[in-house]
Design a protein around this ligand. Structure first.
Ligand code: FES
Length: 331
């Protein structure tokens, strides 16, 4: 943890005094940022999996601020990784959450420039000659422009863009990236933006925010004659139910299932035709993604059944408790 500095140096950044340096700023160079290389490491894949959970959960149906973390926790959770370029994404240094139970959300805000942003920034990792580090928002000033849009302490600004209109009417957009920069490099990037030309000018801030992944507690009940004890597993919003159960060692495949395509038996591998993965939903149907047409037709006479391979838990980033019957044909 950074130690606080009694003096609070104020930075006049050339953009209408929009930023101040935070109380952790006096000790910035005592925190050296270790950079993890992820070009072929499992942590890279883990981060991608976390992001794909989030993407699979669909549009949030709840107030996502419920998953925000307090500043003290955020400071401990940010880290940076070097990502080699791949066919999926550009290379560079990116923010990540250390804990697999967290995810990094990306949010955008349009903020009026006149009067300043009203933010106190602080560097929580840095001390490198190349300027790489982690700078976060320490405080959102109550009377500033940022307080009106929803930025919170712990956010890290990763990009800013402004648009200016020339005399002949051409609109030019200038964008600077500030992801994984130390304090000084962040300020240098911000102050490189063209100055505002009117009171109505706005800057678009892209921030990354560490959030807790919504959890779904799933109680699994087995057919009575199997004498299997109920078990409870913890899933993250956005996980595919079948994959999540199999990776946690749950015996899911129903030997009584019959394929709908060929009439025989056998696992279709998530194709939605074998129904070996069907579960009975005793509680928490609302926590699953909506049924597709094919699944709806196949299970039309079983309104409480779902194909686990076609169901995403915590859909809409909703968390809660579920109870499922495994192999419901055998009850
Ligand atoms: S695995 Fe075949 S229907 Fe789900």
């Amino acid at each position: 943890m950074p130690s606080s500095s009694s003096a609070l140096p104020i930075l006049l950044c050339g953009l209408c005094c929009i930023l101040q340096q935070g109380r952790y700023g006096g000790a910035v160079h005592s925190f050296v940022l270790p950079l993890a290389r992820t070009s072929s490491s499992s942590s890279s894949r883990k981060a991608q999996v976390q992001n794909s959970y989030y993407a699979s959960a669909g549009a949030p149906a709840v107030d996502m601020s419920a998953y925000d973390l307090p500043l003290d926790r955020t400071i401990d959770e940010w880290t940076a990784v070097v990502q080699a370029p791949s066919s999926l994404q550009e290379g560079g240094v990116f923010l990540r959450a250390k804990n697999k139970e967290l995810f990094v959300d990306t949010l955008q805000y349009s903020i009026r420039r006149a009067g300043g942003l009203g933010l106190i920034l602080t560097e929580i990792a840095g001390g490198r000659e190349d300027g790489i580090g982690i700078t976060i928002i320490e405080e959102v000033l109550g009377d500033g422009n940022s307080a009106r849009v929803g930025l919170v302490p712990g956010d890290s600004i990763v990009a800013l863009s402004v648009s200016t209109t020339s005399r002949n009417g051409d609109v030019e957009t200038t964008r600077v990236s500030t992801e994984c920069l130390g304090y000084d490099a962040t300020i240098d990037a911000i102050t490189s933006l063209p100055p505002p030309t009117s009171d109505d000018d706005a800057v678009t801030l892209t921030v990354k925010r560490v959030r807790r992944q919504p959890k779904i507690n799933v109680r699994l009940q087995y057919p009575p004659d199997t004498d299997e004890e109920d078990v409870t597993i913890e899933l993250f919003a956005g996980e595919n139910l079948r994959r999540a159960m199999l990776t946690r060692g749950i015996k899911l495949n129903d030997r009584l299932a019959e394929r709908f395509d060929s009439g025989g038996s056998g696992d279709c591998g998530s194709d939605g035709t074998c129904a070996t993965c069907v579960v009975g939903v005793v509680k928490g149907m609302e926590l699953l993604s909506p049924m597709g047409q094919q699944e709806g037709q196949i299970l039309s006479k079983k309104p409480r059944w779902r194909m686990a391979c076609k169901a995403v838990v915590g859909y809409g980033m909703v968390e809660g408790d579920m109870t499922l019957q495994v192999n419901p044909r055998q009850w």
